[in-house]
Write a protein that binds this ligand. Structure first.
Ligand SMILES: Cc1cc2nc3c(=O)[nH]c(=O)nc-3n(C[C@H](O)[C@H](O)[C@H](O)COP(=O)(O)OP(=O)(O)OC[C@H]3O[C@@H](n4cnc5c(N)ncnc54)[C@H](O)[C@@H]3O)c2cc1C
Length: 407
């Protein structure tokens, strides 16, 4: 994507974030019912700005944006509201993964529908109540399989089980669902990815989780009770679910990192404004050396995190530059930096930050900043994953594509 086109897309993302998202973010965040924090109007307006179909192949009417441009767009959205950024990021990265793994027939079935419907969102169901770090690290032994099971039936598969914490869970039209297809094998060697449509008999939404932060996004349980999925909805190979995931994680990690970076940038900007206007000891806070040094440290951390995220996003499209820890560590680093920067900004606002009614918005940013310590893989589990890549102890075959190339 050339620089001019990237600037054009980023301009549209910024206008959407500032004109549509920011004016409503605080009000939606405060709604006590988690489902009411979401807004179809905002999704539809984002679609009109071309953001929902940003990563869709131009052959299907999308912008075909690369991973770096998409990460920058997500960062822009997250400055205005982390939850809006996540709703779009999920859809953008799942479309990328789907385009890599889908057959021509699957693309012809789903991509035109995705293009045409401004409410067509996507979700990915991997996490289960008992299964999370198991697939993040991952554990390649039979004691840690997916609990969601797919059993062979005539012309397809029967799914039984439960996924939880799923972003866009109750809002998506199409889901990538991972289930165990080889009993007795590890989830790395014995799981398969299925495309499941909303409204499929035997598939229902359970509870919509009430969350501390990132409230615009709805997260939900997905429940499968003898749900029939036809063979033509298998994405990738049977028992090859991890090949699909291996191609999903690089962009996914970069987008998660870009999201939390946007939250921290917003906190830094607010801290800077506050330090310039709040006067103590007869001078603005920024004229006090300890505060000035704190702001310099916050900026340094943000710039380092941004460089790392952009490196990973760029490398996700350039196999020659790809290195597998880039699919795990940028989110860890960005979320740690974000937590440090946001708590520093919070402290810098004094009691004005703690009071919800003083208009600083700091308590929302603090809650939002906690999101990515856990989302997209708990940080310590991602460190363990990276450590396995460093030690080259990962299962050689299924991770081949992850190690060699992601494009
Ligand atoms: C806001 C949000 C959105 C999400 N969206 C989605 C989604 O769209 N789709 C989806 O599939 N999932 C989603 N998830 C799930 C997310 O990826 C998992 O929640 C996350 O991986 C943590 O899972 P867990 O709580 O089960 O932690 P566990 O795996 O139980 O881990 C608990 C703690 O133990 C640590 N730990 C685990 N194993 C080890 C070990 N061997 N050594 C040392 N420490 C270890 C972990 O690092 C963590 O700190 C979402 C989660 C959140 C919070």
């Amino acid at each position: 994507m050339n620089e001019e086109r990237r600037r054009e897309i980023l301009g549209a993302a910024r206008r959407f974030a500032e004109e549509v998202v920011r004016p409503r973010a605080a009000e939606l965040d405060q709604k006590p019912d988690p489902e009411s924090c979401f807004s179809w109007e905002i999704v539809e307006r984002g679609d009109a700005y071309g953001l929902r179909t940003l990563t869709l192949d131009p052959a299907y009417g999308g912008a075909g944006a690369d991973t770096l441009t998409t990460a920058m767009v997500i960062e822009e959205l997250a400055r205005a509201d982390v939850g809006v950024a996540v709703v779009f990021a999920q859809t953008l990265k799942i479309i990328q993964a789907l385009q890599k793994a889908a057959t021509p027939a699957q693309k012809a079935r789903f991509l035109p529908r995705f293009r045409e419907d401004p409410r067509f969102l996507l979700a990915i169901g991997i996490t289960e109540p008992e299964t999370s770090s198991n697939y993040i690290i991952p554990y390649d032994h039979p004691e840690a399989p997916f609990r969601t099971i797919a059993t062979r039936a005539r012309g397809g598969w029967i799914l039984n089980g439960c996924k939880h914490f799923i972003s866009n869970g109750n809002r998506a039209q199409l889901y990538m669902i991972f289930a165990q297809t080889r009993p007795g094998a590890s989830l790395v060697e014995g799981s398969t990815c299925f495309l499941v449509e909303q409204g499929t008999p035997g598939f229902r939404i359970g509870r919509v989780h009430d969350k501390l932060g990132e409230r615009f996004t709805n997260n939900a349980e997905l429940i499968f009770d003898d749900c029939f999925v036809p063979d033509e909805n298998v994405l990738g190979e049977v028992d090859g679910g991890f090949e699909v995931l291996a191609r999903f994680f690089p962009a996914s990690n970069a987008y998660a990192a870009a999201t939390i970076l946007g939250v921290a940038e917003e906190a830094y900007e607010r801290a800077l404004r506050w330090a310039r206007t709040r006067v103590q000891g007869g001078r603005p806070l920024i004229e006090h050396d300890l505060i000035a040094a704190l702001l310099a440290e916050m900026k340094m951390k943000l710039d380092a995190a941004r460089a790392y995220v952009y490196q990973a996003a760029w490398a996700a499209d350039h196999p020659e530059a790809w290195e597998p820890t880039l699919g795990a560590l940028p989110k860890v680093f960005a979320s740690q930096v974000a937590w440090e920067v946001v708590t520093a900004a919070f402290e810098l606002h004094g009691g004005y930050g703690f009071m919800k009614d003083m208009g600083t918005g700091m308590e929302k940013l603090l809650r939002d900043a906690s999101t990515f310590l856990h989302s997209d893989g708990a940080n310590r589990s991602l460190l363990l994953k990276a450590a396995r890549f460093i030690r080259r102890a990962e299962p050689a075959l299924v991770w081949k594509s992850y190690l060699q190339a992601t494009a």
